[in-house]
Each structure stands twice: as structure tokens, then as C-alpha cells.
Design a protein around this ligand. Sequence first.
Ligand code: C5P
Length: 393
Amino acid sequence: MKRILLIVSGGIAAYKALELVRLLTKAGYGVTAVLTKAGAEFVTPLSLQALTGAKVYQDLFSLTDESEMGHIELSRAADLVVVAPATANILAKLAAGLADDLASTLLLATDKPVLVAPAMNVRMWQHPATGANMALLAQRGVLVVPPDEGPMACGEYGPGRLAEPPAIFAAIEAALNDGPLKGRHAIVTSGPTHEPIDPVRYLANRSSGKQGHAIAAALAALGARVTLISGPVNVPDPFGMEIVKVETAREMFAAVQAALPADIAICAAAVADWHVEEAGQKLKKHGTGQPPALKLSENPDILADISKPGAQRPALVVGFAAETEKLEEHASAKRARKGCDWIVANNVGGTGIMGGDENEVLLITGQGTAHWARMGKTALARKLADKIGEFFA
Ligand code: C5P
């Protein structure tokens, strides 16, 4: 069983630490909690003890605690040390190497990776001192789950809210995982592309990025280093990976080229096939009843290009095929035409799949075709990532 030492420092977001403990224990992790003096003003040791099922540590100079388990031992008994929420104060102490209470002493004494989830008032987060501390911590390899932006308990608005417990949980899993894809680099394209018609209009499609983003997260959870190249989407950024945001197919193509070499390429983006040749000034309606003629040019085919044999070709290239009829026939033909190894084919005609939360696919590989019944996009992403893990086993 993997063990987590969870330090809860003071702040209104400390109540979310209880939900994080629930997620961790439910997933089978052992959690030992440490509460700072300020943290104890927001959550009680009793709540943490009840949820972790273990003793909660608060005092550096407790004779009983020290006789049972010394603080140095406590700092090393875990596989990962997590500070959630991490106040500006504890981050500053960690950056400066101060050790004036149990939590900061443990952070200085540990030989294990440390992950922090900051939470504080927006001005405190944006203060140059906090910025400098965060830069220093990142440079030292401290893992960070950045705060969310939104309304704050103090009435202000901005970045500084503690990330939601599921996001912190995902970052913890990724940090602890040395799964089957450790050491592999995966490029994932996701979302639609926007092709400008003029400075205010664009050609687009209904892709939400949900499936591609979920695949990127699932690959990262299996230990892969992921570069997610995303068109314009509204889904939140997944954690623990490099994210490159692009708008057009040509930008996506360039970003994929720049991210090579890779072991795995998953082209889940719904890339526009064409762009408008001259997207200059805003098109005007002249009242003549004559619509403007758009001159289209073909976009580069990212999947076909990356599938070409050569030194830079990833060992596994996976394409997607969104079809509205003759699914298997069209998707198999697409696999051959593009030269990719696997095709994930789905029927997007009136199924609510494009933009929805569920997917039902055929996975076409060199070995044959498998039908994966309708399931959530996250579940499908995990299943595909597992299959990719087996491929590299
Ligand atoms: O040709 P079609 O768009 O149907 O092919 C779908 C697959 O090809 C998807 O994997 C998509 O990401 C990829 N594709 C691409 N670049 C394009 C067009 C499609 O990578 N320009």
C-alpha cells in the first residue's frame, strides 16, 4: 500500500482536505495527517483522525508522539508528502528552509517527493514574494497543483482557490505512479481547430476535446510524459503534462512536429480539412444578395504525416475516425490510407457522442476489430491507455 503524509495548513480551504482524504483512502492509499496550528483552526484533528483511521500529528515537541514515531521517521515513512492546502506562509517556510513547527520540520527532513496545492487570497498568490517562492520550489522539483481561479471566501475574485480534490488526487496518482508507460513520451492532439474566415469568424466543428484530454490524463496516470496539443476547448487543463494551445490545423501541425520525437502519438483532434486562403479584412455584406466566395486550401494531415515511415515515426500511432455510416469499412480504409497502427472509430451521426460525455467505439488494429460498448469518455480513455501499456510491455 502506498502511503501519503498529508500536511493540512491553515486556510478556509482546509475543509477540502477532508474530501481529499476520502478519495485517497477509497482508492486504497494509506494517509497520515499532520495539522498545523492554523490548520487546526479550520478542521479538527478528530475529523482527520476519523477519516484517515490513523493518529493525527500536530506537535513537534510531543513526548508521546516522539516516543512512538520520531518526526524524522514520520517524514520518511510515506511515499509522498502532500501539503493541501498550502498557505503562502508554509510555502515561504519551505522555500527558505525554516523549521519552526512540526509541518515545516517534516518538509525539511523528508527524503520523499513533495507535492503542494496552494490556496490563498488572490493578492497573496500574485505577490512577487509568493511568485519567487513558487519558482524556487518548482526548480527544486516540488510538484505543484496550481490554484483555481474563481470567487474567494474573502469576497475577491481570481486565482488562489484550492484546486478541487479530484484534481489534487489525480496529481498524487501521477506522482506516485511508475506505471507501464514510464519513460515513454506521448503526443496527444485534442479538440477542434478554428480556421479563420476573417478576423471575427471561423470554421469549426463540434469536438469538445473531452476524449482527447481524458486520453492525455490516462496516459499520464500510467507514467507517460505527455505533450497535449489542444485546439480551442472549454474543458479544464489536465494536470501533470505539457499543454500547447493552438487554434488552426497548421499551428497544430507545427506543434506536433516541435514535440517530436515521441513513442506514442494519439491524434484525437477533429482537425479541419481546409482553411480559408485569404482571411484578411472582415467580410462585408454589400446588400447585393451575392454571398462571398470562400477559397479553401487543404490543411496538412497531421496523422498521415506522423505515420510516414522514418526515424521520427512513433512506435505506436493511433488515429480517430468519426463516421456517420459504414463505420468499420470507412475506418479500416482510413487506417490503411493514413498509415497509422490503430484506429478508434466512432459513429457520430445523431448519437450525441461528439461533444457528449460518452463514447462507443470500434478499435481497429492489425490484429482485428474490437467493439467497446458505450461507456464514459474517461473510462474509455483508461481502457485505451491500458491497451497502450500492454503494447509497450
Ligand atoms: O481524415 P479524417 O479527418 O476523417 O481523419 C481523422 C483522423 O485524422 C483523426 O485521427 C484526426 O486527428 C486526424 N487528422 C489529422 N490532420 C488532419 C485531418 C485529420 O491529424 N488534417
